[in-house]
Design a binder for this molecule. Structure first.
Ligand SMILES: [Zn+2]
Length: 130
């Protein structure tokens, strides 16, 4: 089995970072990743991910009533602020992303991009702040 690789995004950036699981980054949904690569190419500059795939035992997920969108391989958090955040949101809304979380306070600013199917467990389309 060959590991799928993506332009601009390394496996180390995509895999769960709980430090305990065997995640490789291959858990990311290929359709989601194709859209993320398109977004990165349109943005034209480096786009750092503060979080991508998370296993259900990841510290952020473990206390939730049910595993969140990151556990489906259909979500990332893009580290960004200021005009970059506006540009990434604008571009993402014109692509196939359907869920947008805006965290633009303090020093760890990011935008959550998700692609949950309509009628599923996660409201879609949706936008929220943290
Ligand atoms: Zn993990």
């Amino acid at each position: 089995m060959s590991l799928i690789t993506w332009p601009h995004f390394a496996a180390a950036e995509l895999r769960c970072r709980c430090g305990k699981c065997a995640s490789t980054g291959a858990e990311m949904n290929p359709n989601f990743m194709a859209e993320l690569v398109t977004l990165r190419q349109q943005f034209g500059r480096p786009m750092a991910l503060s979080s991508a795939f998370r296993c259900p035992q990841h510290p952020v997920e473990v206390n939730k009533p049910a595993p969140g969108e990151h556990c489906t391989g259909l979500a990332v958090d893009v580290r960004c602020s200021g005009v970059d955040a506006v540009e990434i949101l604008r571009l993402a809304m014109n692509l196939k992303f359907t869920r947008f979380g805006i965290s633009q306070r303090g020093s760890a600013r990011f935008i959550h991009l998700g692609m949950a199917p309509a009628g599923g467990r996660f409201p879609s389309p949706a936008i929220w702040s943290y």
